[in-house]
Design a binder for this molecule. Sequence first.
Ligand code: DQA
Length: 149
Amino acid sequence: MQLSRNRIEVMHGVNLGELGRRDPEVYGDLTYVQLERRITEFGRELGLETRFFQTNHEGEFVERLHKLEGLADGIVLNPGAWTHYSWAIHDALELSGLPAVEVHLSDVDRREEWRRLSVIRDLCLARVAGQGVEGYRAALERLREELER
Ligand code: DQA
């Protein structure tokens, strides 16, 4: 089915631009650019148009969320370490009013205790963690389901 709303903002936070240099045992060996390419392909297969944003500055992440109204129909976000403590990102995500899915490359529930808390969890349709790049496909599928309704 062709979707009338198909614009997905894929947002990455702090340190995710350094993929490829981060521990490959935990995060896989794709660089950030390669990750973007894979996600673009997943989107295409699902009839979704993906646009990317990555920053190491929390305020920029927040401001991007502020501007999404009318520019995107859904959000896939991996805020990196901000996931675990940024109530500012929580509030900005809430303000966006868009359906969102949280993704983590690594299995955050099986790592350090502090990674178990996600402050954005209550605002997301789903959370995908520990599936590496494939997790983004699952996230896009979940958003597609939502946008079909
Ligand atoms: C991460 C998990 C976070 O705990 C960590 O701080 C990251 C990446 C992930 O994708 O597995 O930077 O979000």
